[in-house]
Write a protein that binds this ligand. Sequence first.
Ligand code: COA
Length: 207
Amino acid sequence: MSEIHPGWPAVLIAGPVTVRPPRRRDAREWSRVRLANEDWLTQWEPSSTQSWLARNSVTEFHRSLSRMRSAGRSGTMLPFVVCYGDRLVGQMNVSNVSRGALRSCSVGYWIDSAVAGRGITPTALALVLDHCLTEARLHRVEVDIRPENGPSLRVVEKLGLRQEGYYERFLDIGGAWRDHVAFAITAEETRGGTLLSRLASLPLPPG
Ligand SMILES: CC(C)(COP(=O)(O)OP(=O)(O)OC[C@H]1O[C@@H](n2cnc3c(N)ncnc32)[C@H](O)[C@@H]1OP(=O)(O)O)[C@@H](O)C(=O)NCCC(=O)NCCS
């Protein structure tokens, strides 16, 4: 199994930030955080015909957990939650995992507005990118960001990801086709040190 799907499952830790697979007992906390962050998240998330309440219920978490576990097992996804201390504060999903000659993937993320601005996402993203480019044996990771999303652009800037392209009308977000800026990194670019070490000059959030 590990030969087919290297790097899964995994628990990645840096100081107070832990990135780990989601589990059944995360359901209530995940739903609570998501419902409390509707205004914060809706403008950046895929359009849906379901209400925010329905999309983020405990029941929906369990449905989504089954899909994510199955995708994790089949090697098409590495689904993670982000914890700060012992609190679940966000998600970071590695998706579109492609093997063969491409060996590439995409990463998406969100975090609770109550803990924004503490460097949690750059730390989690550094852990996940380092993992993808080593243990998971992928060669390239892409992060796609709307040009209006200043905080997310700042996250990839902190990690020094390379701007690779501009996709017009790329994703259906908030009810319309939105342009995205594509950032990427390949394994060769981390040979001088891990992405986590690139963050070393920035203070880690206190535990
Ligand atoms: C993008 C996001 C994940 C960044 O996470 P984070 O853990 O706050 O990241 P950082 O701590 O590095 O902060 C990044 C920037 O956000 C801005 N920021 C800081 N505090 C903030 C706050 N309370 N509210 C809004 N933006 C804030 C700052 O510009 C900061 O840059 P700085 O550290 O140079 O000051 C988070 O803002 C978020 O979840 N947004 C909504 C969902 C989303 O946009 N997902 C990504 C889609 S591509």
